[in-house]
Structures are given as C-alpha cells and as structure tokens.
Design a protein around this ligand. Structure first.
Ligand code: ATP
Length: 407
C-alpha cells in the first residue's frame, strides 16, 4: 500500500494568516485514490527546514507532495531548495514561459521580467505545465518514489491535481488495493442520535472504515471497504435506520436535494425571513438551476414590513410578538400569496446576543411552511453565537421543507 506525505510550504500558513486548505484538499484526493496519507508537515520558507522535511518524507513515503513557494519573490525558495537537495541545477522550460506570456497577454499586461524565473525547474525533474497560472509544477521519480511539486495558489493546485497529478499517481501506483467508499449526508439528527440509531450491531464483525463528521445542522458519514457487497448492505441499513433524515448519497447539499425533489414534483418555492436575513434564500439559490423552482423572497425585519408587505395582521403582531408561531404562520401564508408559489417557508426568531427574554430566549426560532395542504409551524430552540443560531435555523427550515417533500 503506497504511503503519502504532504509538505506545504509558506510562513503565512504557520503564523495563521492563511488557512492550509491545500493540505486538506490533497489529503482528501490522495485518500480517495486508496493511498494512506501518513504525515503532513508545514514549513516556513526556509531552506534548512524544507530540506529536513524532504529528507524525512523521502525516507518513509512513496508519494510526496510539495506545494507553495514557487513564486517570483525572494522568499519563494522551494524550486532552488529542491534542486539543491537533489544536487542538480535548474533548467528553463520554454513551454511554461510561453504559457506565462500568453497569460499576461490575455490580461493585457507586459510580462514582468521576474516571472521568467517561474518557468524553471530542477534539471532532474519533468515539467507539469501550469495552464491555470504562472508557476511551473514538476515531478521527480527517484528510487520508486514520486515527488510532485505544485504551486500554492489553491485554485491552480486543484486544477493541476485533476489534470496532471491524479493521472500521474494512478500510472505510477497501479496496484493499489481498491477500496470502495460511500458518503451519506444527514440532516435533522445530531451525531449521538445517529450513533444511537446505528447501535453496536452496525459495527459488529464487519470490516470497514467509519467516519462521522458533524457540521452545523448537518452530519456526514463516510464508509470505506474493500468489499463492495458489504458496502451495498451498509447502504441499505443506513437508509432503513436513518429514514428521510438521510437526504443524499451523492455528495450533494440539502438545497440541491430539495431542488431535485421540487423539479420532480413540479413545485415552486418562496420564502420570507427575519432573523436569518436571507440565508435561507442564499442556500436555496446556491444550488445551480434554482430558477426552475425558486421564485423569490423577502427579508422582513421590521414589523411594519411584516404587516404592510407580507399581510401579517397588526393584531397578530401586537398580541403574539414578531417571534411567534402565529407570525411565522402568517408570514409563510403571505409569501405563498405574494410570490404565487406552491410552497413557502418563513423563519422568525431571536438570533441574539441581544433581544432575548425569559419567555422568549435567544435561540428561539419559529419556522412556518405553507403548502397546498395547509400551513404548519414548528418551534425550535438553538444555542450558541448569532451566526451559529442563524445557520442552525436555516438548516432546520431546509429540513422542514425536505421532510415535507419526502413524506
Ligand atoms: P505563485 O507563483 O502563483 O505565487 P506559489 O507556489 O509561489 O505560486 P505561494 O506564493 O506560496 O504560491 O502562494 C500563493 C498564494 O496561495 C498565497 O496567497 C498563499 O497564501 C496561498 N497558499 C499557499 N499555500 C497554501 C496552502 N497550503 N493552503 C492555502 N493557501 C495557500
């Protein structure tokens, strides 16, 4: 089984200015190729430290990734350090240079002289031409080890991984033990509730890897096994145990899954939000193709807007308060009527940190849902800071909608 190490280079990664997303991306991609990532190192742009990291990685791994520090500034020393490490000089790559000139032409700028430096690579390496940016990538095969060096810009790294690195890896390590994987995405249940539903039985006497990853309002389960049939059995069991909480096996968001159902059922959607300030509409429209079913939305923050624009009766507002089931119901009905949609969602609540009371604490949320079958209202209590409460409320509202669509 091949073993991989990742070396990400950049002082900005160590001092916390930039989040090391390249390490996460590469680790995911490499793991998906059934190669174990056994170590990750982040180095400053410092020759001694980079050399040390290379030495250790080459000692114990067959696949080594290096990213970052290929730029034209004096602190970008990755290319020179790797050449020195292998005791070779640098070689100019005319193809990459042509690419650089072309790049600057498209943005109507002169090619800066310093960028020429980015078309060099260690003489013992082979080029990985970067069609997505400026810095040349390269790879070195030595003693049945593969060292791949890619630019640090995350967008370029991703594209170069897909177009160049992945094919190179699969070619170099053709006999990887194939593992099958499955990803289940779950809403409306917390991690302990999910584990409870799965019980010990799910894990007994079966050989598979299990990971559970909770995020706000959503949980992902990842399974891996060499046994394809076992994975099919586990998939069926997950479906049985989690019911409609399991909204996708296809790596899609709940908004995308909702979109798919709305299209299938030829239904349209609108919403009106108060405390979530448009987040529900944002997540719904994050799904490509949302215009097929999403008609529009309002952020009704002030009581006057709730009554004048959404038709919430003033007496309902004054006797129940804006954060109430009655107002959530009236808002959902108002959106359904205003936008002429088959379905409408409303969200009203107290996101905090101000505005809570004993009777109506921070985190109290009402979700309304109007459909051709009538209007339902749900009450939820969430905790945490403002952004967390807003996201939890939105995710819950999405789940209310999903549940209705699947019931
Ligand atoms: P270029 O020549 O295009 O600048 P490079 O290889 O020199 O490529 P860097 O200069 O190291 O890349 O970084 C370019 C940008 O990418 C910077 O904004 C940097 O913060 C970011 N970056 C570098 N490494 C990582 C990483 N591991 N994760 C996330 N962002 C990164």
């Amino acid at each position: 089984m091949p073993r991989c190490e990742l070396i990400t280079i950049g002082s900005e990664l160590l001092n916390g200015s930039v989040l090391n997303t390249n390490a996460q991306f590469l680790a995911r991609q490499v793991s998906a190729l059934d190669i174990d990532v056994v170590n990750q190192v982040t180095c400053r742009d410092n020759e001694v430290e980079i050399m040390q990291a290379l030495r250790t990685a080459i000692d114990r791994a067959n696949l080594i990734f290096v990213t970052g520090g290929l730029g034209p500034t004096p602190d970008d020393i990755t290319r020179d350090t790797i050449a020195r490490f292998f005791g070779c000089g640098l070689e100019f790559d005319p193809r990459q240079y042509r690419q650089i000139v072309k790049f600057f032409k498209t943005i109507q700028r002169e090619t800066p002289a310093v960028t020429r430096q980015e078309a060099f690579r260690p003489a013992i390496s082979k080029p990985l031409v970067n069609r997505f940016g400026i810095a040349l990538g390269f790879y070195i095969t030595i003693q049945r080890r593969l060292l791949i060096v890619l630019p640090g810009v995350p967008r370029e790294l991703k594209q170069m991984f897909d177009t160049a690195a992945r094919p190179l890896i699969t070619r170099t390590f053709p006999n990887r033990a194939r593992k099958y994987s499955l990803e289940a995405r779950i809403a409306g249940l917390h991690e302990p509730q999910i584990m409870n539903r799965l019980g010990k039985r799910f894990f007994r006497d079966r050989d598979f890897e299990f990971g559970i990853y909770p995020a706000i309002g959503e949980v992902t389960i990842r399974l891996k096994s060499k046994d394809k049939r076992l994975l099919a059995v586990l998939k069926r069991e997950l479906r049985e145990v989690l019911g409609l909480h399991l909204f996708s096996f296809e790596n899609e968001t709940i908004s995308e899954a909702i979109g798919r159902e709305l299209v299938r059922k030829r239904l349209t959607l609108s919403c009106v939000e108060s405390c979530t300030g448009g987040l529900f509409a944002k997540l719904i429209t994050d799904a490509s193709g949302a215009s097929k079913y999403f008609k529009g939305s309002a952020v009704a923050y002030d009581d006057k807007v709730k009554s004048d624009k959404l038709g919430v009766p003033k007496e309902v507002l004054s006797s129940n308060g804006a954060v109430s089931g009655a107002v959530a119901r009236a808002l959902a009905n108002g959106a359904q009527r205003n936008y002429g949609t088959s379905l409408a969602i409303s969200i009203t609540g107290i996101a905090g940190p101000l505005g809570g009371s004993k009777r109506k604490p921070v985190g109290l949320i009402y979700v309304g849902m109007s459909s051709p079958l009538g209007t339902q209202v749900f009450e939820f209590r969430f905790s945490g800071e403002r952004s967390r409460i807003r996201l939890q409320a939105t995710q819950r509202a999405l789940f209310v909608l999903w549940k209705w669509l699947k019931s």
